[in-house]
Ligand binder design. Structure first.
Ligand code: UDP
Length: 325
């Protein structure tokens, strides 16, 4: 691992990668990237690369795990062994189980699970390359994959982290800022402004905490614009397609709709810079290693107790396969 930098913020107020203190890393995303998933999203955020896939709603097996009045959401956050400098041991770790749990809870208030009693909605978030902020990157991608799967939701969920370096609050920490900084505060915020994930690692004052919330709200607002832009682009493209006569074979049409040409591919992936131009000034948004103890305090914001034991082995999709096999 590289050494701690002498200074994180220079005399011009710029960070080591040239960003302002309140600037998030460049982000781009694409939905519908996996043909076998019901919904999917590939997201790049700075040096982070994340893939999210959603399967369902589908009947939950074994049946004893079914909820009579709603669908069960299962969320699996996983870091690929090759995603970090030092190889990660494959399989669940204390850290990944914790992140899966809090990420699932970030979605529970927005997904209309009551529409699908007895069903399960599986969300897989695979981190392919990590550079800090992977839980928030995964939430942003999962939100898009859920929308891509057509899962009814009250709104999208957007996530980013604030932190503290050189005595100043900053938005969207990169790896050096995360590793050597004084605080890391990841948050997820719904499009209605409800905070559904709030964790904190480090020491900050009450004022700094308020500042962190303000910064994350603004970061999430920008991410939400990009998410909406990405969805609009996909559906606008579907609108452009001429509806063929009933007798005509529609398979060619479906192919041309879902598979953009090579020239299109590059330009079709919306970037956060593009979305920023289109930002509406609204008040929509109000208000660490394998098997290690987490440094985060999980601040419960959303009602409804959900204990750590919830993410037990019986809930993992792999087990379901074993049981049904
Ligand atoms: N990291 C690592 N090995 C691990 C866990 C994390 O190298 O076992 C790195 C990775 O780059 C990650 C960063 O440390 O993005 C910060 O990890 P943290 O636990 O704070 O979660 P994140 O910020 O990615 O949500």
């Amino acid at each position: 691992m590289s050494d701690k930098p002498e200074k994180f913020i220079d005399e011009n107020g710029l960070r080591l990668d040239g960003r302002r203190v309140d600037e998030i890393r460049p982000m781009k995303m694409e939905i519908g990237v996996l043909s076998r998933a019901d919904g999917s999203c590939y997201l790049e955020w700075g040096k982070n690369k994340v893939l999210a896939a959603v399967y369902g709603p589908r009947e939950l097996h074994p049946r004893r795990l079914q909820k009579a009045d709603s669908a069960l959401i299962r969320y699996r956050y996983n870091m690929a062994a090759f995603s970090v400098e030092d190889r990660i041991r494959p399989g669940p770790s204390r850290r990944s189980i914790e992140i899966s749990k809090v990420s699932r809870e970030a979605f529970e208030p927005v997904v209309l699970t009551h529409l699908y009693p007895g069903a399960v909605i599986d969300v897989f978030a695979e981190v392919l390359q990590a550079d800090a902020g992977t839980r928030t990157a995964a939430i942003n991608a999962a939100s898009m994959a859920l929308a891509d799967a057509g899962i009814p939701m009250k709104g999208l969920v957007s996530a980013c982290a604030a932190g503290k370096v050189d005595g100043q609050m900053i938005l969207d920490l990169d790896k050096a800022e995360d590793n050597f900084g004084d605080a890391d505060i990841p948050m997820a915020i719904t499009s209605e402004g409800e905070i559904t994930l709030l964790q904190m690692d480090g020491d900050i004052t009450q004022e700094e905490f308020k500042k962190a919330i303000e910064m994350c709200k603004e970061g999430c607002r920008q991410i939400l614009e990009l998410q909406k832009e990405t969805l609009k682009n996909k559906f606008a493209k579907l609108d452009e397609v001429e509806i063929p006569d009933e007798e005509e074979d529609v398979s060619a049409l479906v192919e041309s709709t879902l598979e953009p040409s090579e020239e299109e591919e590059e330009s079709d992936i919306p970037k956060i810079e593009d979305a920023e131009e289109d930002i509406i000034d609204d008040d929509e948004i109000d208000d660490k290693s394998e098997d290690e103890e987490s440094d985060y305090e999980d601040v419960e914001i959303v009602e409804g107790e959900s204990s750590f034991e919830d993410v037990d082995e019986a809930e993992s999709p792999e087990d379901e396969e074993e049981e049904t096999a």
